[in-house]
Design a protein around this ligand. Sequence first.
Ligand SMILES: NC(=O)c1ccc[n+]([C@@H]2O[C@H](COP(=O)([O-])OP(=O)(O)OC[C@H]3O[C@@H](n4cnc5c(N)ncnc54)[C@H](O)[C@@H]3O)[C@@H](O)[C@H]2O)c1
Length: 338
Amino acid sequence: MKIVVTGGAGYIGSVLSKLLVEKGYDVACLDRFFFGLDPVKEIADKIKLIKDDIRWFKPSILRGVDAVFDLASLSNDPSGELDPQKTLEINYRGRVRVAKLSKKYGVSRYVLASTCSVYGFQEGILTEESGLNPLTTYAKANVLAEKEILPLADKHFTATALRQATVYGFSNRMRFDLAINGMVLGFFKNGKIPIMRDGKQWRPFVHVKDTSNAFIRVLESDKELVNGQIFNSGSNEQNLQIFDLASFVAESIDLPFNYEWYGSTDTRSYRVSFDKIKRTLGFTPQFTPKHGAKEVFSALKEGAVSADDPRTITVKWYKHLLEMHALIKNVESKGIIL
Ligand SMILES: NC(=O)c1ccc[n+]([C@@H]2O[C@H](COP(=O)([O-])OP(=O)(O)OC[C@H]3O[C@@H](n4cnc5c(N)ncnc54)[C@H](O)[C@@H]3O)[C@@H](O)[C@H]2O)c1
């Protein structure tokens, strides 16, 4: 079975691609490689690498492909605000293009990498049926993409959206701009866990291998169960308030709970129900934030990732790329950096 993973060299995409290879799937990774090729180094001889952009790749790439996992995007709120028009171009119109072309070229399964941040700020426990409250360009682009892509579903084209919780854990494209990973980095560098004010905000979390497995679960489930559906990807037990999360992180690394506050009060807070994915697809995560924190701490101690690698803070790296005028000459990017 042939699968194209857009954003396959990203934080989640590189883990997902590896899991797919291990399961014997034929994988192609379509990516601009903004974070380089290192994330897919381990599997480079087992997958096809396509350096291209979801906004203008040649549609023929999709000929003979059975499934598309669509993960390419500017992947967080601050990156999405660097240039809101570009964010909408990539995260909304680019992914709608991938979905429409997939349908046109006879791809039978398509999964959109969406986010629980579409819930924004809300009280109570939010399900896939709850109202949305996207507070940033990034979240709005996800809502728009879901709204245009899911109605494409029909008996030949199975389209599904996975609203992922905030992800944690080690990946070869490491991200320290995600809550748990960033807390561990702060501890590693200064012995203090950085906590975003006011610490009472709720967030759901999911390990990078677990959310990758959720994509595979969707692919391997009966079409009738997933077609046109949205699933929150995570687990009820991993809805946590940020201050409590920080104390778990300290406990799991077995160090005294020292912390420091940063930022202004977070405007986002959401608690999410993951009953649907459990009930419908039997999906239950295997890892906890404690596993993730330990794993990231070990990776830092053992040098598997550098605490100072500038690529690990997504928004800073995109800013850097924008400033690197040399990249304008990059032919594949048609002279466009982002
Ligand atoms: N990491 C999380 O906590 C999280 C949570 C919810 C949803 N998501 C979503 O899951 C997806 C993957 O996230 P991630 O954490 O792996 O992000 P990431 O930034 O690590 O990966 C995104 C990949 O997409 C590529 N890319 C960006 N624009 C592109 C374009 N125009 N054409 C081709 N490739 C392009 C980048 O080079 C990168 O390799 C994203 O859509 C993100 O919004 C992530």
